[in-house]
Design a binder for this molecule. Structure first.
Ligand code: ADP
Length: 448
């Protein structure tokens, strides 16, 4: 086992990793930018090293500085968290070539699943259904129209290098497709420095259901069941839950088995998520694989009782998984609400600044993963998520009641947050009935 790990991330996930390491008896080094220099979680690590200025390119994305910090502090491994360098196969390669283990998948598997077009090829080989669409990149209008006519409208244009719900456009006819292709290519070039786009059938009224997997270096790959992340705004997740309220048991089984087949075909190890869209008739289609720990991993931890970060560290150290598939039970119901510093009244504009008042919820079944507190200054430079409120109760009905109670206790001021919208979602009759899809929030809750 490692004795010292460097955490190449910030905020709640850095704190989450520090906590796991403490319980494992592993020392931690956390790196930070000048924007984060006063954050209290830094004091919980054994060492904290400033690696540069606030812009991510100067700090959390700066590979040479992170590697220097790792070498100076003599760590054996680096945990990348999520975002920043977590899915950069080049970073994984650099770490390992410096004899520092990257706590994540092997480089070849990251490459195979990291490109959305390549990943679909792999899925076809592993007999995992994919969304009908272009076999690969779509270069021009003529080709796009041909494909759209073959699969039928509506279609969605997506950036091959896309992520975080960005770079997607839905087209309902030839006119919007023609316009959309050019715009999507320009946007993709701008955002990801790669103009490659592809087409998929747009699955209307689908649910986003993803499967948590973890695999060791001995060839054991298991799933930790599914999460339903259909509650999204602008293709970004707001609420996640496990189990999914909209899945038949046989679909759940098939979905989870497909996810395991796919990661095995990719020669994958460590944690990952296989994302699917599930249509009204319970047909499921692969969306993509996220080769990292995800924001919403706690809901899977709550229903299975497995600490995913500890397990990631174990398998990175070459140890076998500490459990078998048959040991992984899905017990009770867990829900997570992402608490973002955003102003729902101002179209969810980020709301950085200093938190003056902070009263956090607690009580039976409540977990709060956050690095924020009264007096914490939210820097404007990074993601607006300041915490994750998670509940775990025996039934979905009880989980909803506990979440509503916890959200109503949660007082943050003067920073505006997504708490009011979560309260609205949790009180919505169709959400309570489990009758939701990826367009639900925008169609039903934001429509005025
Ligand atoms: P990203 O990598 O940007 O997160 P994903 O491919 O995971 O992109 O898709 C994010 C979300 O976009 C999905 O959860 C879903 O809401 C929507 N989406 C993506 N592809 C489709 C599709 N073919 N049909 C319907 N919705 C889609």
């Amino acid at each position: 086992m490692f004795s010292k790990i460097l955490i190449a991330n910030r905020g709640e996930i850095a704190l989450r990793i520090i906590r796991a390491c403490k319980e494992l008896g592993i020392q931690t080094v956390v790196v930070y930018s000048t924007a984060d220099k006063d954050a209290a979680y830094l004091t919980l690590a054994d060492q904290a090293i400033c690696i540069g200025e606030a812009p991510p390119a100067e700090s959390y994305l700066n590979i040479p500085r992170i590697i220097s910090a790792a070498e100076v502090t003599d760590v054996q491994a680096i945990h990348p968290g999520y975002g920043f360098l977590a899915e950069k196969d080049h970073f994984a390669e650099v770490c390992r070539s410096c004899n520092i283990e990257f706590i994540g998948p092997p480089v070849a598997a990251m490459k195979a699943v990291g490109d959305k077009v390549e990943c679909k090829r792999l899925a076809r080989r592993a007999k995992v259904p994919t969304v009908p669409g272009s076999e690969g990149a779509v270069d021009d209008e003529k080709q796009a129209l041909e494909i759209a006519h073959k699969i039928g409208y509506p279609v969605i244009i997506k950036a091959a290098a896309g992520g975080g719900g960005r770079g997607m456009r839905v087209a309902h006819n030839d006119v919007s497709l023609r316009a959309g292709i050019k715009q999507a290519q320009a946007e993709a070039e701008n955002a990801f420095k790669d103009s490659t786009v592809y087409l998929e059938k747009y699955i209307e009224f689908g649910r986003h259901i993803e499967v948590q997997i973890i695999a060791d270096q001995q060839g054991n790959a298991v799933h930790l069941w599914e999460r339903d992340c259909s509650m999204q705004r602008r293709h970004q997740k707001l609420v996640e839950e496990s189990p999914s309220p909209g899945l038949k048991p046989e679909t759940r089984q098939k979905l989870c088995e497909s996810a395991v087949r796919l990661v095995k075909a990719a020669g994958y190890y460590n944690a990952g998520t296989v994302e699917f869209l599930v249509d009204k008739d319970q047909n499921f289609f692969l969306l993509e694989v996220n080769a990292r720990i995800q924001v919403e991993h706690p809901v899977s931890e709550m229903v299975t009782g497995i600490d995913l970060i500890k397990e990631q560290i174990r398998v990175a150290a070459g140890l076998p998984l500490s459990f078998k598939q048959k040991d992984v039970q899905q017990t009770g119901h867990a829900i997570e609400c992402r608490i973002n510093a955003e102003d729902p009244a101002r179209n969810f504009a980020p709301c950085p600044g200093t938190i003056l008042e902070w009263r956090a919820p607690g009580g039976l079944g409540v977990r709060l993963d956050t690095h924020a507190y009264a007096g914490y200054r939210i820097p404007p430079n990074y993601d607006s998520m300041i915490g994750k409120l998670i509940v775990h109760r025996p039934t979905r009905e009880q989980a909803i009641a506990t979440m509503k109670r916890a959200l109503s206790e949660f007082h943050i001021s003067p920073i505006k947050t997504t708490i009011p919208i979560h309260l609205q979602i949790l009180s919505n009759e169709r959400f309570i009935a489990g009758d939701v899809d990826t367009g639900f929030i925008e169609r039903v809750m934001m429509a005025k």
